[in-house]
Write a protein that binds this ligand. Structure first.
Ligand code: MSP
Length: 512
């Protein structure tokens, strides 16, 4: 059982057959925002990402590139590490399935499942899709292709099998006991009905290619890439050393975040493998939706693949992070649209959030000598705004627990809206002549609200939020969630503030 303050979150590990695209960037981004949120909330976080480097699909890509698979995977894996820097992700570990620590863990898991009697040798004859790295039953094929549209090939070879069929009832019991095992709820229903129909034993080794982890004691067989890949979640914790610090602290994982296309592997096969090896299943699997590009399915052949580096160059890093997390309710499919990106950058970030900060700080500069003003007695309106700012964290916590990142952001933007209405209603620019003390109280209330907002947006827009906190001269040690709310810190009157500069510029198209 993991430590009570621990929080373990994982991304899928990405196939290195090709360079990163928006789908990869999106999953890791969501995990990053959740990981940062939990860290600021005082949790001991372990955030894992990495690359899935074995299997036929990667071997084939290496061959097509005219490279040895190891050299090829070294090169492509590096592109995923680079994305970590470019997108400002904060993983605690980056695992590659070609590392020794991982290979050892995969063989140990296999050995344990075999010793427990869950693996037997047989012969596989059926369909396989290299693109999906998945087996398909004849009845699943649609017009001679996988249900995903991927081509399939007929495979006939000796193979080890995992007794998945024997896990049906245990899995159904697990789902019944844990109504939050899979999110969103609609996906959970899919999983349960799939398992209810009955499960077939799963072929878990291949003999017709070599790029993978050898089966212990039978090196003619290579372990099926999904057994290999899923194990990353525990090999990164030092498995098979289950008494080690990392494993004891962090297993079972709090949440595996994945795309909807790989739900079956995570919510059916993975818990079955773990149960077969006497390990606990993860607490939760959350499946997000897929992005399209201006209404079109994203595909290499259509040439409309979205490169995350290009997004960051064109729109800005925090703008991209914000758009991807706010535009689509996390868990649903979404459509990437330039027009809607620009609207969000200009309206929500530049006008609503950015202008609020710039206006308030400029007034403090002009009317209060560039120092945090000293508040007088608070009026009901001031209290009401502060109460909204103070209450935001709890509301966000509830949403973040369910990976409802868009709702968490909605909460922040409600407070931003409230603060903008308050500035207009209080009009400190006229108050300052009539009642300078009252103007100081209003500006202090606003500065405090902005301090809350900037700390609360840190998980989503780390660099811009840090700039706002710099403009408020908030010390580094006072930027986590303990500094929020009535019992937290406040800005100290008299503190000198730097000259304000806009944090969220409007979007301007580069001239073509
Ligand atoms: N290697 C496996 C995962 C193993 S995890 C033990 C894999 N890799 S992948 O690189 O093909 O895909 C990784 C993730 O990217 C998946 O979660 C998938 O859903 C996501 N996406 C790929 N294209 C996508 C979109 N167009 N939109 C959103 N996410 C998409 O699967």
């Amino acid at each position: 059982m993991s430590a009570p303050d621990a929080f373990y979150i994982t991304t899928p590990i990405y196939y290195v057959n090709d360079v990163p695209h928006i789908g990869h960037a999106y999953t890791t981004l969501a995990c990053d925002a959740i990981a940062r949120f939990m860290r600021l909330d005082g949790r001991r976080v372990h955030f894992l990402t990495g690359t899935d480097e074995h299997g036929q699909k990667v071997e084939k890509a290496a061959r097509e590139a005219g490279m040895d698979p190891k050299a090829f995977t070294d090169r492509v894996s590096e592109r995923f590490r680079e994305l970590v820097r470019v997108m400002d992700y904060s993983p605690d570990d980056f695992i590659r399935t070609t590392e020794d620590r991982h290979v050892r863990a995969v063989q140990a898991l296999w050995t344990r499942m075999a010793e427990n009697g869950w693996i037997y040798l047989g012969k596989y004859a059926g369909w396989y899709s290299v693109r999906d790295e998945a087996y398909y039953a004849e009845s699943e094929l649609v017009d001679g292709r996988a249900p995903t549209g991927a081509p399939v090939e007929w495979v006939e070879e000796p193979s080890y099998f995992f007794r998945l069929s024997a896990f049906r009832d245990r899995l159904l019991r697990l789902y019944a006991e844990r109504p939050d095992f899979v999110g969103p709820a609609t996906r959970f229903n899919e999983v349960v009905s799939f398992v209810r129909q009955g499960l077939q034993d799963l072929s878990i080794s291949r003999t017709t290619f070599r790029w993978g982890v050898p089966v212990p004691g039978d090196p003619d067989h290579v372990i099926y890439v999904w057994v290999d890949a899923l194990t990353n979640y525990i090999s990164a914790l030092g498995y098979p050393d289950v008494d080690g610090e990392l494993f004891r602290t962090f297993w079972p994982a709090d949440v595996h975040v994945i795309g909807k296309d790989i739900l079956r592997f995570h919510a059916v096969y993975w818990p079955a493998f773990l149960l077969a090896a006497d390990l606990e299943p993860p607490r939760r699997v959350f499946a997000h939706g897929w992005w399209t590009n201006e209404g079109q399915k994203i595909s290499k052949s259509l040439g409309n693949v979205i490169d995350p580096h290009a997004l960051v160059r064109r729109y800005g890093l925090d703008q991209t992070r914000y758009y991807l997390l706010r535009e689509v309710p996390f868990g649903q499919d979404g459509d990437f649209r330039h027009e809607s990106m620009v609207r969000r950058i200009n309206h929500e970030l530049a006008n609503d959030y950015g202008n609020l900060v710039q206006r308030v700080l400029t007034m403090i500069r002009r009317y209060c000598d560039g120092r945090v003003p000293a508040p007088g007695e608070l009026a009901a309106d001031d209290e009401a705004l502060l109460a909204r700012a103070h209450g935001c964290l709890d509301a966000m916590r509830r949403h973040m627990r369910e990976q409802a990142l868009h709702r968490a952001l909605d909460e922040v933007f409600e407070v931003i809206g409230e603060a903008n209405r308050y500035v207009d209603a209080q009009a400190p620019w006229t108050l300052r002549r009539r009642d300078p003390k009252r103007a100081a109280t209003v500006l202090w209330t606003l500065a405090e609200t902005i301090r809350h907002l900037a700390i609360l947006t840190r998980p989503f827009m780390p660099a811009s939020s840090a700039r706002i906190l710099d403009l408020l001269a908030v010390p580094a040690a006072e930027r986590d969630f303990r500094a929020l709310g009535p019992g937290g810190r406040t800005l100290r009157p008299g503190t000198a503030l730097p000259e304000p500069t806009p944090v969220f510029p409007r979007h301007r198209e580069e001239p073509a």
